[in-house]
Design a binder for this molecule. Structure first.
Ligand code: NAI
Ligand code: MG
Length: 359
């Protein structure tokens, strides 16, 4: 097949890890007889520096005209000035909104050979294989907000969470379809004992599941309880669907299950158009430019790109199998190497995956 892939390397370690993701995609194209056309565009801090805008028009246009997007990460101390007109993250929020990427998929799997990298006990983490589906373009991150000065000089601020039936249905449907393809268990996380918006989530989800997915095992968990269950019995969950804010927090908590953020990919998809694929970690300014960043999250994001946007399931599996194989052989970047275990750099790790893909 022919596909146009936009690369948005971003800031910090973004360019280092996306370079490895690109190499893997090039290798896949060659091995499986596809033509991938790559173009690279600015987003985040570097785009603010060069264009005065964290999401320049040229970047957005290229993304709209593509089949899929692979992003590194944005941000860093250089752009952290609280008085700045705009921030790198604004570019990310905007691209998700502009492209209608309302569902964020984050698989969290505890691999047997890496379990000892987890800060949690082996007995707890073992068998963890969760797919989080986080709503990405609604809720409190996009609701009405404001700040007022009070007469006594103090301030009052507000942020509101809003969801419509339609916004809830479309993301729950993606989660339910995924659950059907996995072990058939869907959990919805909300705060329906307190929030009106959660009560709507609950009604809409229950109705949808009863009407379209009666075959699924469906349950609901309150978000505070979920924070606890996620680190006490993570292996009992399969697909978990939730709103933007709850998903943001729970997926970061969940990322500690397998041990390192350097391993976890994510996909942001809509009902049509290109999807956006990225590692869940940030730009890691503390290790940027040192060649030690773990590229596996980005490489696994590239696998998700192959699967969800290009519908190349065997190719996606081939990449995931190559990553598993490299880890099973004992290759480790610094973030996942146990004490005393030798580690390899970003490039070498990328090369190992390429070599494993060949065989
Ligand atoms: P971070 O994810 O960049 O780093 C947290 C820690 O994990 C650091 O010690 C870092 O060295 C390590 N780490 C992250 N990715 C790694 C990798 N691939 N290999 C090895 N180690 C890795 O989060 P932090 O430090 O809170 O944020 C740094 C910057 O990134 C900030 O400007 C933040 O706003 C931005 N950020 C951007 C995101 C995005 O682009 N999607 C997401 C999260 C943060
Ligand atoms: Mg986060």
């Amino acid at each position: 097949m022919n596909a146009r892939i936009v690369l948005l390397p971003g800031d910090g370690i973004g360019p280092e890890v996306t370079a490895q993701g690109r190499k893997v995609l090039e290798k896949v194209a060659k091995t499986f007889g596809h033509t991938f056309e790559f173009s690279t565009h600015a987003i985040g801090g570097n785009a603010i520096d060069d264009f005065g805008d964290p999401l320049p028009e040229a970047t957005l246009t290229a993304c709209r005209n593509s089949d899929a997007i692979l992003l590194g990460a944005v941000g860093g101390p250089k752009w952290d000035d609280p008085n700045a007109k705009t921030r790198p993250e604004a570019g990310l929020l905007r691209i998700r909104k502009e492209l209608g990427l309302f569902a964020n998929l984050r698989p969290i799997t505890a691999q047997e050979c890496l379990i000892d990298a987890s800060p949690l006990k082996r007995e707890i983490v073992q068998g963890t294989d969760i797919l989080f589906v986080r709503e990405l373009t609604g809720g409190i991150y996009f609701g009405e907000s404001g700040l007022t000065k009070n007469a006594d000089g103090s301030e009052t601020a507000f942020s509101t969470a809003t969801y419509s039936t339609h916004e809830i249905e479309r993301v729950v449907r993606i989660a339910a379809i995924a659950a059907r393809q996995r072990s058939g268990h869907l959990t919805m996380v909300d705060k329906a004992n307190v929030l009106e918006v959660s009560r709507l989530w609950r009604r809409v989800t229950e109705r949808l599941i009863r009407a379209e997915f009666p075959d699924l095992k469906y349950d609901v968990v309150l978000v505070d309880a979920m924070a606890m269950h996620l680190i006490s019995r993570p292996s009992t969950f399969d697909v978990v669907v939730t709103s933007n804010l709850f998903g943001d927090i729970l997926t970061d908590e969940g990322s500690m299950l397998p041990g390192s953020m350097g391993l976890l990919p994510s996909a942001s998809i809509g009902s049509s158009g290109p999807g956006l694929y990225e590692p869940i970690h940030g730009s890691a300014p503390d290790i940027a430019g040192k060649g030690v960043a773990n590229p596996l999250a980005t490489i696994l994001a590239a696998a998700m790109l192959l699967r969800h946007s290009l519908k190349l399931e065997s190719e996606a599996k081939a990449v995931e199998t190559a990553v598993d194989q490299v880890l099973a052989q004992g290759f480790r970047t610094r973030d996942i190497a146990p004490k005393g275990h030798p580690s390899i750099g970003t490039e070498e790790m990328g090369q190992q995956v390429l070599d494993a893909l060949k065989s």
